[in-house]
Design a protein around this ligand. Structure first.
Ligand code: ATP
Ligand code: MG
Length: 355
Protein backbone atom coordinates (compact mmCIF):
# COMPACT_ATOMS: atom_id res chain seq x y z
CA UNK A 1 0.00 0.00 0.00
CA UNK A 2 1.38 3.36 -1.03
CA UNK A 3 -0.11 6.15 1.01
CA UNK A 4 -0.60 9.68 -0.32
CA UNK A 5 -1.82 12.77 1.47
CA UNK A 6 -3.91 14.86 -0.91
CA UNK A 7 -5.22 18.37 -0.26
CA UNK A 8 -8.62 18.95 -1.86
CA UNK A 9 -9.64 22.54 -2.53
CA UNK A 10 -13.06 22.34 -4.25
CA UNK A 11 -13.33 26.16 -4.25
CA UNK A 12 -16.45 27.78 -5.68
CA UNK A 13 -19.34 27.01 -8.03
CA UNK A 14 -18.93 23.85 -10.05
CA UNK A 15 -15.53 23.29 -8.40
CA UNK A 16 -17.52 21.83 -5.49
CA UNK A 17 -19.27 19.46 -7.92
CA UNK A 18 -16.36 18.22 -10.03
CA UNK A 19 -13.80 17.68 -7.24
CA UNK A 20 -16.00 15.07 -5.49
CA UNK A 21 -16.36 13.35 -8.89
CA UNK A 22 -12.58 13.22 -9.29
CA UNK A 23 -12.26 11.96 -5.73
CA UNK A 24 -14.59 9.03 -6.47
CA UNK A 25 -12.42 8.08 -9.42
CA UNK A 26 -9.24 8.33 -7.35
CA UNK A 27 -10.77 6.11 -4.68
CA UNK A 28 -11.78 3.48 -7.24
CA UNK A 29 -8.48 3.45 -9.10
CA UNK A 30 -6.58 3.51 -5.80
CA UNK A 31 -8.36 0.40 -4.58
CA UNK A 32 -7.23 -1.38 -7.72
CA UNK A 33 -3.62 -0.28 -7.66
CA UNK A 34 -2.87 -0.53 -3.96
CA UNK A 35 -2.94 3.21 -3.26
CA UNK A 36 -4.28 4.60 -0.03
CA UNK A 37 -5.49 8.17 -0.07
CA UNK A 38 -5.62 10.47 2.89
CA UNK A 39 -7.72 13.45 1.76
CA UNK A 40 -7.87 16.76 3.62
CA UNK A 41 -10.56 19.12 2.42
CA UNK A 42 -10.09 22.89 2.62
CA UNK A 43 -12.96 25.37 2.15
CA UNK A 44 -10.69 28.06 0.67
CA UNK A 45 -12.70 29.98 -1.86
CA UNK A 46 -14.27 33.29 -2.81
CA UNK A 47 -17.14 32.40 -0.47
CA UNK A 48 -14.58 32.29 2.34
CA UNK A 49 -13.20 35.63 1.11
CA UNK A 50 -16.67 37.17 1.31
CA UNK A 51 -17.33 35.94 4.86
CA UNK A 52 -13.84 36.10 6.36
CA UNK A 53 -11.91 38.57 4.20
CA UNK A 54 -9.31 36.15 2.82
CA UNK A 55 -9.29 33.30 0.32
CA UNK A 56 -7.21 31.17 2.66
CA UNK A 57 -5.93 31.43 6.23
CA UNK A 58 -2.57 33.01 7.03
CA UNK A 59 -0.93 29.65 7.58
CA UNK A 60 -2.57 28.22 4.45
CA UNK A 61 0.67 27.55 2.60
CA UNK A 62 2.15 25.84 5.67
CA UNK A 63 -0.83 23.53 5.86
CA UNK A 64 -0.69 22.66 2.18
CA UNK A 65 3.03 21.95 2.32
CA UNK A 66 2.43 18.73 4.24
CA UNK A 67 0.60 17.13 1.32
CA UNK A 68 1.90 15.12 -1.62
CA UNK A 69 -0.34 16.94 -4.09
CA UNK A 70 -3.22 19.41 -4.32
CA UNK A 71 -6.43 18.93 -6.31
CA UNK A 72 -8.26 22.21 -6.90
CA UNK A 73 -11.72 22.73 -8.43
CA UNK A 74 -12.16 26.38 -9.35
CA UNK A 75 -12.24 29.71 -7.57
CA UNK A 76 -14.40 32.64 -8.61
CA UNK A 77 -17.67 34.21 -7.58
CA UNK A 78 -19.89 36.88 -9.11
CA UNK A 79 -18.90 40.23 -7.63
CA UNK A 80 -15.47 39.08 -6.47
CA UNK A 81 -12.87 40.47 -8.89
CA UNK A 82 -10.71 37.81 -10.60
CA UNK A 83 -7.53 39.33 -9.21
CA UNK A 84 -8.70 38.49 -5.67
CA UNK A 85 -8.83 34.75 -6.36
CA UNK A 86 -5.72 34.89 -8.50
CA UNK A 87 -3.50 36.83 -6.12
CA UNK A 88 -5.19 35.54 -2.95
CA UNK A 89 -4.78 31.84 -3.68
CA UNK A 90 -3.52 30.59 -7.04
CA UNK A 91 -0.44 32.74 -7.55
CA UNK A 92 0.82 32.41 -3.93
CA UNK A 93 0.56 28.59 -4.21
CA UNK A 94 2.27 28.48 -7.60
CA UNK A 95 5.12 30.68 -6.43
CA UNK A 96 5.64 29.30 -2.90
CA UNK A 97 5.69 25.74 -4.18
CA UNK A 98 7.84 26.57 -7.21
CA UNK A 99 5.25 25.21 -9.60
CA UNK A 100 7.03 26.79 -12.53
CA UNK A 101 5.56 24.48 -15.17
CA UNK A 102 1.90 24.68 -16.14
CA UNK A 103 1.08 21.65 -18.24
CA UNK A 104 -2.06 21.56 -20.38
CA UNK A 105 -2.64 18.53 -22.58
CA UNK A 106 -5.02 18.91 -25.51
CA UNK A 107 -6.76 16.03 -27.24
CA UNK A 108 -9.64 15.88 -29.66
CA UNK A 109 -11.57 12.81 -28.49
CA UNK A 110 -13.81 10.56 -30.49
CA UNK A 111 -17.34 11.58 -29.56
CA UNK A 112 -16.47 15.21 -28.80
CA UNK A 113 -17.03 17.46 -31.80
CA UNK A 114 -14.42 20.16 -32.29
CA UNK A 115 -15.54 23.55 -33.64
CA UNK A 116 -12.49 23.36 -35.91
CA UNK A 117 -13.05 21.57 -39.24
CA UNK A 118 -9.59 20.05 -39.61
CA UNK A 119 -9.34 18.80 -36.01
CA UNK A 120 -9.87 15.07 -36.49
CA UNK A 121 -10.52 12.91 -33.42
CA UNK A 122 -7.47 10.94 -32.38
CA UNK A 123 -5.13 13.10 -34.47
CA UNK A 124 -4.92 16.21 -32.34
CA UNK A 125 -2.82 15.36 -29.28
CA UNK A 126 -0.40 17.93 -27.96
CA UNK A 127 0.73 19.63 -24.75
CA UNK A 128 1.11 23.30 -23.97
CA UNK A 129 3.91 23.98 -21.47
CA UNK A 130 3.36 27.38 -19.92
CA UNK A 131 5.92 29.21 -17.77
CA UNK A 132 4.01 29.65 -14.53
CA UNK A 133 5.80 31.97 -12.10
CA UNK A 134 7.51 34.87 -13.88
CA UNK A 135 7.27 36.69 -17.21
CA UNK A 136 4.46 39.12 -17.95
CA UNK A 137 2.53 38.48 -14.72
CA UNK A 138 4.56 40.67 -12.40
CA UNK A 139 3.71 43.27 -9.82
CA UNK A 140 6.39 45.64 -11.09
CA UNK A 141 5.10 48.79 -12.65
CA UNK A 142 2.67 51.50 -11.74
CA UNK A 143 0.15 54.10 -12.75
CA UNK A 144 0.80 57.82 -12.94
CA UNK A 145 -1.32 60.92 -13.26
CA UNK A 146 -4.59 59.10 -12.75
CA UNK A 147 -7.46 60.79 -14.50
CA UNK A 148 -5.28 63.37 -16.27
CA UNK A 149 -4.79 63.50 -20.04
CA UNK A 150 -1.16 62.45 -19.60
CA UNK A 151 -2.11 59.40 -17.51
CA UNK A 152 0.12 56.41 -18.04
CA UNK A 153 0.50 52.81 -16.93
CA UNK A 154 3.71 50.76 -16.97
CA UNK A 155 3.90 47.00 -16.54
CA UNK A 156 7.27 45.26 -16.47
CA UNK A 157 7.78 41.67 -17.58
CA UNK A 158 10.52 39.75 -15.81
CA UNK A 159 12.36 36.91 -17.53
CA UNK A 160 15.34 35.31 -15.80
CA UNK A 161 17.92 32.97 -17.33
CA UNK A 162 17.24 30.39 -14.62
CA UNK A 163 13.48 30.72 -15.00
CA UNK A 164 13.41 30.40 -18.78
CA UNK A 165 16.00 27.61 -18.85
CA UNK A 166 14.15 25.34 -16.44
CA UNK A 167 10.79 25.53 -18.20
CA UNK A 168 12.38 25.18 -21.64
CA UNK A 169 14.36 22.14 -20.43
CA UNK A 170 11.15 20.63 -19.07
CA UNK A 171 9.49 21.11 -22.46
CA UNK A 172 12.40 19.60 -24.40
CA UNK A 173 12.55 16.61 -22.06
CA UNK A 174 8.81 16.09 -22.45
CA UNK A 175 9.24 16.21 -26.25
CA UNK A 176 11.90 13.47 -26.10
CA UNK A 177 9.35 11.24 -24.34
CA UNK A 178 6.61 12.10 -26.86
CA UNK A 179 6.90 12.56 -30.62
CA UNK A 180 10.09 14.62 -30.55
CA UNK A 181 8.72 17.95 -31.77
CA UNK A 182 8.80 21.27 -29.98
CA UNK A 183 7.45 24.69 -30.93
CA UNK A 184 8.42 27.81 -29.00
CA UNK A 185 6.02 30.76 -28.88
CA UNK A 186 7.72 34.11 -29.35
CA UNK A 187 7.13 37.70 -30.47
CA UNK A 188 10.68 38.90 -30.87
CA UNK A 189 9.78 41.13 -33.80
CA UNK A 190 7.66 43.39 -31.56
CA UNK A 191 8.91 42.74 -28.02
CA UNK A 192 12.56 43.53 -28.43
CA UNK A 193 14.18 42.67 -25.08
CA UNK A 194 12.47 39.79 -23.32
CA UNK A 195 11.47 37.76 -26.38
CA UNK A 196 14.89 37.74 -28.11
CA UNK A 197 16.25 36.60 -24.73
CA UNK A 198 13.65 33.81 -24.58
CA UNK A 199 14.57 32.77 -28.15
CA UNK A 200 18.30 32.69 -27.31
CA UNK A 201 17.75 30.44 -24.31
CA UNK A 202 15.56 28.08 -26.36
CA UNK A 203 18.22 27.84 -29.10
CA UNK A 204 20.97 27.21 -26.55
CA UNK A 205 19.06 24.49 -24.73
CA UNK A 206 17.97 22.87 -28.01
CA UNK A 207 21.57 21.80 -28.63
CA UNK A 208 21.24 19.38 -25.70
CA UNK A 209 18.25 17.59 -27.18
CA UNK A 210 19.44 16.36 -30.58
CA UNK A 211 16.48 14.00 -30.98
CA UNK A 212 13.97 16.85 -30.80
CA UNK A 213 13.19 18.84 -33.93
CA UNK A 214 12.11 22.32 -32.92
CA UNK A 215 10.99 25.61 -34.35
CA UNK A 216 9.69 28.93 -33.13
CA UNK A 217 6.61 30.84 -34.20
CA UNK A 218 5.37 34.33 -33.48
CA UNK A 219 2.39 34.14 -31.18
CA UNK A 220 -0.01 35.63 -33.73
CA UNK A 221 0.89 33.11 -36.44
CA UNK A 222 0.96 30.30 -33.89
CA UNK A 223 -2.57 31.11 -32.73
CA UNK A 224 -3.75 30.89 -36.33
CA UNK A 225 -2.03 27.51 -36.79
CA UNK A 226 -3.68 26.14 -33.64
CA UNK A 227 -6.97 26.62 -35.47
CA UNK A 228 -5.87 25.80 -39.04
CA UNK A 229 -3.68 22.77 -38.37
CA UNK A 230 -3.73 21.64 -34.71
CA UNK A 231 -2.57 18.10 -35.57
CA UNK A 232 0.95 19.31 -36.40
CA UNK A 233 1.83 20.11 -32.76
CA UNK A 234 3.46 17.89 -30.13
CA UNK A 235 4.91 20.11 -27.38
CA UNK A 236 4.41 23.90 -27.41
CA UNK A 237 6.32 26.03 -24.91
CA UNK A 238 5.47 29.63 -24.10
CA UNK A 239 5.80 32.39 -21.55
CA UNK A 240 3.24 32.92 -18.79
CA UNK A 241 1.00 35.15 -20.92
CA UNK A 242 1.44 33.39 -24.27
CA UNK A 243 1.00 29.98 -22.65
CA UNK A 244 -2.18 31.16 -20.94
CA UNK A 245 -3.74 32.37 -24.16
CA UNK A 246 -2.65 29.37 -26.21
CA UNK A 247 -3.94 26.85 -23.72
CA UNK A 248 -7.44 28.37 -23.56
CA UNK A 249 -7.48 28.53 -27.35
CA UNK A 250 -6.38 24.91 -27.52
CA UNK A 251 -9.06 23.86 -25.02
CA UNK A 252 -11.66 25.46 -27.26
CA UNK A 253 -10.25 23.61 -30.29
CA UNK A 254 -10.65 20.36 -28.30
CA UNK A 255 -14.40 20.94 -28.06
CA UNK A 256 -15.18 22.21 -24.56
CA UNK A 257 -13.39 23.96 -21.75
CA UNK A 258 -15.14 21.40 -19.52
CA UNK A 259 -12.79 18.59 -20.55
CA UNK A 260 -9.45 20.42 -20.33
CA UNK A 261 -7.10 19.50 -17.46
CA UNK A 262 -4.01 21.22 -16.12
CA UNK A 263 -1.10 20.60 -13.79
CA UNK A 264 0.95 23.19 -11.94
CA UNK A 265 4.14 21.21 -11.53
CA UNK A 266 7.12 21.43 -9.24
CA UNK A 267 9.23 19.05 -11.34
CA UNK A 268 11.90 18.65 -8.63
CA UNK A 269 9.21 17.45 -6.20
CA UNK A 270 10.54 19.63 -3.38
CA UNK A 271 6.97 20.92 -2.89
CA UNK A 272 3.49 19.66 -3.73
CA UNK A 273 2.22 20.14 -7.26
CA UNK A 274 -1.33 21.30 -7.95
CA UNK A 275 -3.84 19.82 -10.40
CA UNK A 276 -6.95 21.65 -11.60
CA UNK A 277 -9.39 21.66 -14.49
CA UNK A 278 -8.88 24.62 -16.82
CA UNK A 279 -12.47 25.82 -16.45
CA UNK A 280 -13.65 28.29 -13.84
CA UNK A 281 -16.47 28.19 -11.31
CA UNK A 282 -19.14 28.57 -14.06
CA UNK A 283 -21.75 30.37 -11.91
CA UNK A 284 -24.25 30.09 -14.78
CA UNK A 285 -24.57 26.32 -14.31
CA UNK A 286 -23.41 25.90 -10.69
CA UNK A 287 -25.66 23.89 -8.37
CA UNK A 288 -27.55 22.12 -11.14
CA UNK A 289 -25.55 18.90 -11.21
CA UNK A 290 -24.71 19.23 -14.91
CA UNK A 291 -21.06 20.28 -14.77
CA UNK A 292 -18.76 18.24 -16.96
CA UNK A 293 -16.46 16.30 -14.59
CA UNK A 294 -14.00 15.24 -17.31
CA UNK A 295 -11.54 18.13 -16.83
CA UNK A 296 -11.31 17.42 -13.10
CA UNK A 297 -11.03 13.65 -13.56
CA UNK A 298 -8.36 14.04 -16.22
CA UNK A 299 -6.51 16.43 -13.86
CA UNK A 300 -6.64 13.69 -11.21
CA UNK A 301 -5.09 11.31 -13.77
CA UNK A 302 -2.26 13.80 -14.26
CA UNK A 303 -1.82 13.78 -10.49
CA UNK A 304 -1.56 9.98 -10.50
CA UNK A 305 1.07 10.21 -13.22
CA UNK A 306 3.06 12.82 -11.31
CA UNK A 307 2.94 10.66 -8.16
CA UNK A 308 4.50 7.85 -10.18
CA UNK A 309 1.40 5.72 -10.80
CA UNK A 310 1.54 5.66 -14.58
CA UNK A 311 -0.61 2.54 -14.99
CA UNK A 312 -3.34 3.91 -12.74
CA UNK A 313 -3.26 7.19 -14.67
CA UNK A 314 -3.69 5.30 -17.93
CA UNK A 315 -6.63 3.34 -16.52
CA UNK A 316 -8.36 6.65 -15.84
CA UNK A 317 -7.61 8.28 -19.20
CA UNK A 318 -8.58 5.07 -21.04
CA UNK A 319 -11.92 5.01 -19.23
CA UNK A 320 -12.45 8.74 -19.97
CA UNK A 321 -11.67 8.21 -23.65
CA UNK A 322 -14.10 5.29 -23.88
CA UNK A 323 -16.80 7.11 -21.91
CA UNK A 324 -16.66 10.11 -24.25
CA UNK A 325 -16.61 7.90 -27.35
CA UNK A 326 -19.73 5.88 -26.50
CA UNK A 327 -21.71 9.02 -25.72
CA UNK A 328 -23.05 7.98 -22.32
CA UNK A 329 -20.82 10.40 -20.43
CA UNK A 330 -21.59 13.48 -22.47
CA UNK A 331 -22.83 16.39 -20.35
CA UNK A 332 -24.90 19.24 -21.87
CA UNK A 333 -21.79 21.33 -22.75
CA UNK A 334 -20.86 18.46 -25.11
CA UNK A 335 -24.37 18.11 -26.49
CA UNK A 336 -25.35 15.19 -24.24
CA UNK A 337 -27.83 14.86 -21.40
CA UNK A 338 -25.77 13.18 -18.68
CA UNK A 339 -25.39 14.93 -15.33
CA UNK A 340 -22.13 15.10 -13.39
CA UNK A 341 -23.07 11.98 -11.44
CA UNK A 342 -24.12 9.88 -14.46
CA UNK A 343 -20.99 10.86 -16.38
CA UNK A 344 -18.80 9.92 -13.41
CA UNK A 345 -20.72 6.67 -12.83
CA UNK A 346 -20.14 5.74 -16.44
CA UNK A 347 -16.38 6.39 -16.21
CA UNK A 348 -16.28 4.21 -13.08
CA UNK A 349 -18.24 1.43 -14.80
CA UNK A 350 -15.89 1.39 -17.78
CA UNK A 351 -12.88 1.38 -15.47
CA UNK A 352 -14.30 -1.57 -13.54
CA UNK A 353 -15.14 -3.40 -16.76
CA UNK A 354 -11.59 -2.96 -18.07
CA UNK A 355 -10.08 -4.51 -14.92
P1 ATP B 1 -14.64 32.03 -13.36
O1 ATP B 1 -14.91 33.43 -13.03
O2 ATP B 1 -14.52 31.15 -12.17
O3 ATP B 1 -13.50 31.85 -14.33
P2 ATP B 1 -16.39 31.82 -15.60
O4 ATP B 1 -17.75 32.40 -15.63
O5 ATP B 1 -15.30 32.46 -16.35
O6 ATP B 1 -15.95 31.53 -14.11
P3 ATP B 1 -15.79 29.31 -16.81
O7 ATP B 1 -15.84 28.18 -15.90
O8 ATP B 1 -14.48 29.74 -17.29
O9 ATP B 1 -16.66 30.38 -16.11
O10 ATP B 1 -16.79 28.91 -17.97
C1 ATP B 1 -17.09 29.60 -19.16
C2 ATP B 1 -18.33 28.94 -19.75
O11 ATP B 1 -18.09 27.54 -19.98
C3 ATP B 1 -19.52 29.00 -18.80
O12 ATP B 1 -20.64 29.40 -19.52
C4 ATP B 1 -19.71 27.62 -18.27
O13 ATP B 1 -21.03 27.27 -18.10
C5 ATP B 1 -19.01 26.71 -19.28
N1 ATP B 1 -18.30 25.66 -18.53
C6 ATP B 1 -17.11 25.78 -17.91
N2 ATP B 1 -16.74 24.64 -17.31
C7 ATP B 1 -17.71 23.77 -17.55
C8 ATP B 1 -17.91 22.40 -17.17
N3 ATP B 1 -17.03 21.70 -16.42
N4 ATP B 1 -19.05 21.81 -17.57
C9 ATP B 1 -19.95 22.47 -18.33
N5 ATP B 1 -19.82 23.75 -18.73
C10 ATP B 1 -18.72 24.40 -18.34
MG1 MG C 1 -13.15 32.72 -16.25
Amino acid sequence: MTKHRIALIPGDGIGTEVVPAARRVLEAVGARHGLRWEFTEFDWSCRRYLSQGAMMPEDGLERLREHDAILLGAVGYPGVPDHVSLWGLLIPIRRAFRQYVNLRPIRVFHGVPSPVRGAAPGEVDFVVVRENVEGEYSEIGGRMNRGFPDEMAVQEAVFTRAGVTRVVDYAFELATRRRGRLTSATKSNGIVHTMPFWDEVVAERAARYPTVSWDQEHIDALAAKFVLNPARFDVVVGSNLFGDILSDLAAAVAGSIGIAPSANLNPERTHPSMFEPVHGSAPDIAGRGIANPVGAIWSAAMMLDHLGHTRAAEDVTDALTAALADGAALTPDLGGSAGTKEATDHVLELMAAAA
